[in-house]
Design a protein around this ligand. Structure first.
Ligand code: KDG
Ligand code: MG
Length: 413
């Protein structure tokens, strides 16, 4: 048997997704996610023009060989566009292999190591009171872990704060179209002030611990905005609040920045959502500078790429915290859940539910109940795309915001 057809599908049911469809000569279809938020069409061109034609006629069973062919073959290695493209192919091939075997993918990765996957959800509020209401609502549903982001007095819209109010359906999507829902021509601009943030944020967590007690797991995302010494200060000040993790306190590409943070504090650290290769983690893992690996399957070279990173991390006692925002499609999300199910060093899974519109186009088998996810037992990844409906949602340009300091200097978003 061999790969007969490779199609790249772009659809925008609420937000943009890039999906790869591989069809084998005996008619089995595998799905892969190659969505790269705000740069989707670069992956489309890479897959359509450079990868797809080279896959025709290859044996779909040889997943590792195909991965190496796409990684080593073109000479130009790594990078988000290349690795999201490899991920899409890799996921589709694992989907096919598991469908052929008639088992959910996690069975091929070693079988179930647990009965369910503890998930963390996003909580935010423009004010402390709104935030507290949102978290209490989650706790009432049995959710045991929440990521906490808040508005900062004196700043406008900041990273991670939803537009919805407590009681409304939680609504947060960072990639923005234009105000009337048509294609964006350029990113929105936000304003950032690390001093205002550092003076405000530790107090929020102190109040939360007083109001909510010690049981609930609290996480926070710094979104790459602090210098090493600022991050060290924040991690130390948050130490009494017992964070489950502090994510991306510093720009991720500077691996050695976390040495300073580590020396200052025992607050657990998580990083890697913008990484795409095991080499991005080499220093972080071997020097034990992080506690959780944040890569998604979609951005780290697929099941094959992420499994390699997590096996390496496991040797050093570092756990998984797979990225699960809405810009990872339901296919990429499902692939992460199958890995989570099988590996020994599972930590926690991020869960940011997709919109109803998205889930009409992507039919999923995974479930979320009482704070725990499960990939389901449908053969393969357990996600199928409704191609007819997908075609009704054409690509609509949307961008993540950019950030400037209060004096106008360009900064990290
Ligand atoms: O595309 C960017 C988003 O995925 C990112 O901003 C979300 O930081 C994020 C997270 O931790 O989910
Ligand atoms: Mg993050």
């Amino acid at each position: 048997m061999s790969i007969e057809k490779v199609d790249v599908i772009v659809t925008s049911p609420g937000r943009n997704f890039v999906t790869l469809k591989i069809t084998t000569s005996d008619g089995i279809v595998g799905w892969g996610d190659g969505t790269l938020n705000g740069r989707e069409l670069a992956v489309v061109a890479y897959l359509r023009d450079h990868v797809g034609p080279t896959l025709i006629g290859r044996n779909e069973d040889n997943i590792e060989d195909t991965w190496q062919y796409l990684y080593r073959g073109p000479y130009w290695r790594r990078g988000p566009v290349t690795m999201a493209s490899i991920a899409a192919v890799d996921m589709a091939l694992w989907d096919i292999k598991a469908k052929k075997a008639g088992v959910p993918l996690y069975q091929l990765l070693g079988g179930a190591s647990r009965s369910g996957l503890r998930a963390y959800v996003h909580a935010s509020g423009a004010t402390y009171e709104d935030l507290l209401d949102v978290i209490r609502g989650y706790m009432a549903q049995g959710i045991t872990a929440v990521r906490v982001q808040t508005g900062i007095p004196g700043l406008g819209q900041v990273y991670g704060v939803a537009s919805s109010k407590p009681g409304e359906k939680y609504n947060y999507e960072p990639a923005l179209r234009s105000a009337d829902g048509t294609a964006a021509t350029r990113p929105a601009e936000e304003t950032w002030d690390s001093r205002a943030y550092l003076n405000y944020m530790p107090g929020v967590f102190k109040r939360l611990r007083e109001d909510l007690g010690t049981e609930i797991r609290l996480l926070h995302d710094g979104h790459h905005r602090l210098t090493p010494i600022e991050a060290a200060r924040l991690a130390r000040e948050l130490e009494p609040c017992d964070l489950f993790w502090l994510e991306d306190p510093t720009p991720a590409e500077d691996q050695t920045a976390l040495r300073l943070v580590r020396r200052a504090s025992t607050t657990p650290l998580a990083t890697g959502e913008v990484f795409n290769s095991v080499f991005d983690y080499q220093t972080l893992i071997t020097e034990r500078l992080i506690d959780y690996v944040r890569s998604s399957v979609t951005h780290a070279g697929g099941v094959t790429g992420l499994k390699r990173i997590l096996d390496f991390a496991g040797i050093y006692g570092i756990k998984s915290g797979i990225h699960g925002p809405t810009d990872v499609s339901p296919i990429g999300m499902a692939a992460g859940l199958h890995i989570d199910m099988a590996i020994h060093n599972f930590g926690i899974q991020e869960y940011m539910p997709h919109s109803e519109e998205t889930l009409k186009v992507f039919h999923t088998s995974y479930t979320f109940k009482n704070g725990f996810l499960h990939p389901g037992d449908t053969p393969g990844l357990g996600v199928e795309l409704d191609e007819e409906l997908a075609a009704a949602y054409p690509y609509t340009a949307a961008y993540l915001p950019v950030n400037r300091l209060t004096d106008g200097t360009m900064y990290d978003w």
